[in-house]
Each structure stands twice: as C-alpha cells, then as structure tokens.
Design a protein around this ligand. Structure first.
Ligand code: COA
Length: 297
C-alpha cells in the first residue's frame, strides 16, 4: 500500500459523511435496501452496521496493550521462515526470525517514524511523483502517518537493537554496494518492514473496515513471506475486531504490489474509481481501491 484514501480529495468528505451516518438514528442511505420489501430488510442491516460501528469505536478507544491482548494472537508477532530473499547476496543469508512490534502512531519514537518514512520514500516516492492526483508531499505524508488511530505493525530482524537507517535508494536502482548496506542494516536489527492500518468506515455502502494505509518491506527481505504474514495478521485483527472488509489503495503502475494483493484474495472494491470521459478526453484512473471480505469468527 503506497497511499491513503485521505490523500484523495473526495475521500475526507466521504468519510465524514460515513461518521455522521454512524451517529445518526436515521436509516443510512447507504444501508437502506431500496427493494420493495425494503422496510423489513433494513432493520437487521442497520442493526448489524451499528453493532460493527460500535466495535470500531470500542477498539479505537483501547490502549495499545488492551488492543493487542484483545485482537492480536501473540504467536503471530513472531515470523519464522526458511525462505531466502530473492535479492539477497550469496555471501550472507537474511535473518530467519522476525519480531513484530505493535504500536499506535503516538507511541512511535522519532527513529521509528523516520525509518517508516524512509521506507515509504525509498519504495514508493517515484509512484507518487508520477501520479498527477497525488504528487509526493513529505509533510502531508508525515501528518497522515501520525494521525490519531493509525496503528503500526513494525517488523525487526531478530538480532541487535534497532538503529536508525541512513536512508535507502530506490529498490529498483540498487547496486551491490547498496545491497551490502541494506544487509548490514538488517543485521543491525533495523526495521525491515511495516504495515500501518486504521479501523474506520469506507466503501459503498459505507461499512466498518480495516484500512491498510501502508505495507512496505526492504528489498532484501522481500519474497520470504513477510508481506504475506503482515497481510494475514491485518486480516486476523479485522476478523477479531468484527469488521466486514480489509481495504487498501494501490497505484495502477505498481503492478507487482497489485499482483501480490490479488494473490492474497483482494479484488477491486465497488467504490474504486472508474475511467471517465470528460470533454471528449478519457481520464484514466491512477489508483485502484481493493478489498477483501472478512468472514465472521
Ligand atoms: C508488496 C510487498 C509488500 C510484498 O511483500 P513481500 O514480503 O515481498 O511478499 P511475500 O514474500 O510475502 O510474497 C508472498 C507471496 O505473494 C505472492 N506474490 C508476491 N508478489 C507477487 C506478484 N507480483 N504477482 C503475483 N503474486 C505475487 C506470491 O505468491 C508470493 O509467494 P512466492 O514468492 O512463494 O511465490 C513488497 O514487495 C514491497 O514492500 N514492495 C514495495 C512497496 C510497495 O509497493 N508496497 C505496496 C504499496 S501499494
């Protein structure tokens, strides 16, 4: 995930509308069944949506520890693998055990925030820059990363204590020297991947969802199942909280990430923008909103 819905101009408005509906006693236009038998059908839908919304409010008010105890199985906070990263040099194997630390945004140290930002910038800056709708705005990105209710799953290699990385070049332009540097960073126990998410309301109709804002792994820890593990963990949290969908946004040009999400069962959400024709010109969409239904516990 390389961008958030907040960055989309129409999105904040939509989200506010969802929150207003959530607190309203009136049936929401989104949850209204427009069929002739609508009245009868509306009630359970509305009750269900309200119950789910309450679950989100409760979850968002929990302390980090309480949230972790309630929704994150402790065994999922360690990832062990015998897989070897495709880009790893032949001289050193990547670490095989990774620890995942759960935090809310306000608890991230400056170094952790810096490492996460660096990772986003090194993997996705070019995607942002080539997207007319977004562009690359570091200050806006940092603000979004610090939003209330943003939560993080930070992945560390199981070696020494975390050190701040000194930055990383774009993965696609890596040299052997860069790879050595990356390997050194990993062996120093630096942040090797992270996923950030928020429990919120989205889609059409507007429902409680777990929205994945970011998922990034350093190049040398790609292809060993870390991304998949983080996505499964996000789904587990969503299921345990009781939301209906996991959602995310992906740049159309990021075909690798899109293939990754599709392999995990995600598909285009009903609220994803469509190509449109305006004044005889076709406006192509630059991003896709993807989602996966979460079955109840
Ligand atoms: C996308 C990303 C998070 C995936 O993480 P990862 O740790 O490399 O992925 P995993 O190792 O868990 O992949 C597991 C499986 O996903 C599937 N997969 C991964 N990439 C795929 C692709 N391009 N097409 C189809 N399936 C893919 C495969 O089944 C893979 O298993 P395999 O390697 O045994 O075939 C990572 O590549 C990344 O950080 N990319 C740069 C940042 C980015 O683009 N983030 C997403 C922004 S929207």
């Amino acid at each position: 995930m390389a961008m958030s819905k907040e960055a989309m101009l129409e999105k904040p408005t939509k989200r506010k509308a969802c929150e207003m509906l959530e607190s309203s006693e009136q049936p929401s236009p989104n949850t209204m069944d427009k069929s002739p038998q609508g009245q009868e059908k509306n009630r359970p839908t509305k009750r269900l949506a309200k119950a789910d919304s309450k679950a989100i409010k409760v979850a968002n008010n929990l302390s980090t520890l309480a949230f972790k105890n309630a929704f994150i199985p402790s065994e999922n906070l360690v990832y062990r693998t015998t897989k070897r990263a495709k880009q790893a040099s032949t001289t050193a194997a990547p670490p095989q055990v990774f620890n995942i630390i759960f935090h809310e945004a306000s608890e991230l140290t400056k170094n952790q925030m810096y490492q996460c930002f660096n990772l986003i910038e090194s993997t996705s800056r070019s995607d942002y820059e080539s997207c007319a709708t977004f562009g690359w705005h570091p200050r806006r990105k940092r603000r979004e990363m610090s939003e209330d209710e943003m939560r993080y799953l930070l992945v560390y290699s199981n070696s020494s204590s975390p050190n701040p990385p000194k930055g990383c070049d774009n993965a696609d332009n890596q040299t052997a020297h860069d790879e050595d540097n990356d390997q050194a960073k990993i062996q120093d126990g630096n942040l090797v991947a992270f996923l950030s998410f928020m429990l919120t309301h989205d889609s059409t109709p507007c429902v409680p969802v777990l929205y994945i804002y970011e998922i990034h792994t350093w190049p040398l820890t790609r292809g060993i199942g870390l991304g998949q593990h983080l996505m499964h963990l996000a789904e587990t949290i969503a299921r345990n909280v009781g939301v209906q969908k996991v959602m995310l946004t992906c740049f159309m040009r990021n075909t690798k990430a899109m293939g990754f999400y599709e392999s995990m069962g995600f598909s285009k959400d009903v609220c994803s923008p469509e190509e449109r024709v305006t004044r005889g010109r076709t406006v192509e969409v630059e991003y896709v909103i993807m989602s996966k239904e979460i079955s109840a516990r």
